[in-house]
Each structure stands twice: as C-alpha cells, then as structure tokens.
Design a protein around this ligand. Structure first.
Ligand code: ADP
Ligand code: MG
Length: 403
C-alpha cells in the first residue's frame, strides 16, 4: 500500500492546528424518510475525525454530497437536512453554511471560533464538483489551510471534494479512511496467507472484474449465490430453472482456468437447497446434490454439506475477504448457508486465527442478519468504492492522498 498521511502527521507538518481551517470531506449521504435520517452509521463513522480536529482547535468545515442534484440547487437535497443528525451524533453545535466557497464561507469563518464546526452546502449543487473543475476546487481550497478526506465511500470518484482538493492543500486521511485502508490492505494488499475469498450474490456479470482480480491473489475462491449457477452450468451441471447467465459460461470457464494456473482452488457447492417457487418456506423445498436438480427447480442456497466443507476451508486460512451472500438470504430458509459460514468466520476471528473483511450492501444486511457485523475484523459500508477496490482498481481519492 502506498503511503498516505494521517492526522498523526498534522502537528509535524503544520505545527499547532489551533485556529487553522480544516476542510474535511465526509460521507453524510444519510438515508432519509419523512425528513429524518433513518440510519446514522455514516455520521457515526466520521465523528471521531471531526471531534479530534475540533478538540485540537481547528475550525472544521465539513464537505459532503447529498443525493444527486446534478449540478443545481435543490432545497430537498440541502445538507441543512442532515445538520440535526450530525449535531446529534457529535453532541456539538454545527453551523450550516449555504455555500462551499466565497464570501459567505469567509464570513462564517469569521464567526466560528477555534474548535467550532461548520457544514458546507451540498458539493454537488455545483457542476464543478463532479467535473473535478480546478477553478471550483481552488475556490473551496481558498478558505482552508489543510484537507482531510474521511469518505472512503466516495473515493472511487475523482470529484473536486474527493480528489481535486488533495492536490491544492496539505492532504490527510481521516480516521475512518485510515481504518478502512488498513483493513483493506490486511485483506488483500498484504494479507497473511492462506487467503480465502467468498464471492456470492445474484449475478456473475456484476462481479466478473472482481473474480478475475481475486483468482490471482487468493488461495481459495468460494463461489456461491446465483453466480455459482453459471459456474456449475459451465461445468456441465443442469441447473434447471435457477438464475443463470448461460451466455457467460465461457467467462466462467476462463476464470476457472485462470484459477488453475494461479494455484487457486475454486469451491462450488456440491449440495444445494432447491425449490420450485421463490417464496418463503415453499412447498417442495429440498436439499439435493447439484446433479439432481430437476428441470422445474431452482437453486436458492448452498447445501449444508458444502457449507460444512467451506467452514473446514476457512479453518485452514488466515485471511478472509467476503462479498456477496451465498443464497437468497432475504427469503427464509435460504439464509442458512450464509448465516452458518458467517458465524464460523466470526468464531475464527474471535479465536484470533482469521482476519475477516467484508463489504457490499446486501452482504452487510446478510451479516447483520447473522449477528456477526461486530465480530468480523472489519465490515466496509462503502458499497461502490469497496467493489472497485475488490476489482483491484486504483481509487482516485485514495491515490491523491498517497501522492
Ligand atoms: P452485494 O450487494 O453484497 O454486493 P449482490 O447485490 O451481488 O451482493 O447480491 C445479493 C443478491 O443476490 C441478494 O438479493 C440475494 O437474494 C441474491 N441471491 C443470492 N443467491 C441467489 C440465488 N441462488 N438465486 C437468486 N438470487 C440469489
Ligand atoms: Mg447488492
């Protein structure tokens, strides 16, 4: 992992930050219902960085996007709507500022005392944000002394507030960004071997790049979920009515060949849970060998024998990276394999024998259902950025910090 500076380097670089203006990119894109945030996870994630800077006496200006205003002001997408949430999480007053640059920001800074916090307007109200326009970035930078990026979840975008600013001011990773980068590095950058990856979810097509990247880096590639059906089909298994991308079987073969060449063992289920209809506890639900799936049945979960064998694989490994559920976990009882394997992984983590890093929207929901989110070494909430990292892509927001 290339080196990046953190809040630990601030004093050495800049001396006392008291009274200096910190421009801090955070993720406050909170899910909302009826004008109130329904989940404060993102606000909680950035709180330590904000409080640390404020307690050091900096004037902290928060930069965030909120929704998709596409370069225009929308009153329904103003960051003023999340101001109460961040105030509540921080337990401090936060001044909402209706611009991101110019005299309104200057005047607000004259009012803010060292250690105070301001929340700038939605960066995406200006087209310069997503265009990463240098003049737009310079106008924001003009009011700051240094830049902190604490929004890993936005780091796959080269926008003015996620990338451009890092070139204009001394730039640092915030605490949440630092933790995320450290966890990801432990999982795939410089992991303890053997390494296992679980890749599941609905479709091969959405994760081809992930699979291609992983085969060369992990010792065990565990494929589950709907995408396993395409791999089974490529091996000549009749998967009946299962979700299956038959046109992608050559791609699946290519991935299995690449795995062979790299010495990576690909694990596909050999028993599966099948049903004739996709419903909760459907009639005709049964477990069978993959070669016994009837033409009118569909595979909805990995079977118990294969799940136990996968648990044994994890017991031989030191590192696990996980994206995608093993089955249609939202519908009972098709969460069983995901929940069982997640609990094995959590137990091995508690014993200290396995480092476990997971990410992905549905993965997060599945791990929460299994009750293991807090028992994994690290669970990323970053979504798109996490997937791009799993694909081995350089994230512009991270690269700009690592210059
Ligand atoms: P993530 O959001 O964690 O990246 P995905 O979006 O790729 O995960 O996949 C999650 C979806 O895959 C879930 O909605 C789940 O129901 C579905 N899924 C998993 N296994 C199957 C299966 N065998 N058949 C149909 N859908 C499945
Ligand atoms: Mg998903």
């Amino acid at each position: 992992m290339s080196h990046f500076r953190t809040l630990d380097d601030l004093e050495n670089d800049l001396g006392d930050v008291s009274g200096k203006v910190a421009l801090v990119r955070v993720d406050l894109n909170l899910p909302m219902a009826d004008g109130a945030a329904t989940d404060l996870t993102r606000a909680r994630a950035v709180a330590p960085t904000i409080l640390e800077l404020a307690d050091a006496g900096a004037k902290v200006l928060l930069l965030a996007h909120f929704g998709r205003p596409k370069g225009e002001r929308h009153s329904t997408l103003s960051t003023s709507l999340v101001q109460p949430s961040i105030e509540g999480v921080l337990g401090r007053e936060v001044m909402y500022i209706s611009e991101v640059s110019g005299t309104v920001v200057e005047q607000s800074l004259a009012i803010l005392r060292p250690g105070n916090i301001g929340l700038l307007e939605n960066t995406r109200f200006w087209p310069g944000e997503e265009a990463n326009n240098p003049d737009f970035a310079r106008a924001i930078a003009a009011n700051g002394d240094f830049y902190v990026n604490d929004a890993f979840s936005a780091a796959h975008r080269a926008h003015a507030s996620t990338e451009g600013l890092a070139h204009l001011l001394p730039a640092y990773a915030g605490r949440a960004m630092e933790a995320e980068l450290q966890a990801l590095n432990r999982a795939l950058g410089n992991p303890e071997k053997p390494v296992a990856a679980v890749v599941g979810g609905a479709k091969v097509s959405s994760k081809l790049a992930v699979l291609k990247h992983l085969v060369a880096r992990v010792d065990h590639l565990i494929i589950g979920g709907g995408m396993a059906n395409t791999f089974l089909a490529a091996r000549g298994v009749d998967v009946g009515k299962s979700l299956c991308e038959h046109d992608l079987t050559p791609q699946a073969e290519g991935i299995m060949d690449a795995a062979d060449r790299a010495g990576c063992t690909v694990h596909l289920p050999y028993d599966v849970v099948v049903a004739r209809e996709f419903a909760a506890n459907p009639p005709g639900l049964r477990t069978c060998n993959v070669h016994e799936v009837a033409p009118d049945e569909m595979i909805l979960d990995v079977g118990p024998q294969a799940t136990e064998a996968l648990a044994d694989v994890l017991k031989t490994c030191r590192t696990l990276v996980w994206n995608g559920p093993l089955g249609a976990f939202e519908t009972p009882p098709f969460e069983a394999a995901t929940v069982a394997l997640a609990q094995t992984a959590a137990a091995l983590t508690s014993e200290g024998s396995l480092v476990t890093v997971a990410g992905g929207g549905d993965t997060l929901a599945a791990l929460a259902q299994a009750g293991v989110v807090d028992r994994f070494s690290y669970v990323s909430t970053a979504g798109g950025a996490f997937l791009e990292w799993m694909e081995g892509r350089e994230l512009p927001g991270v690269a700009a910090l690592a210059r």
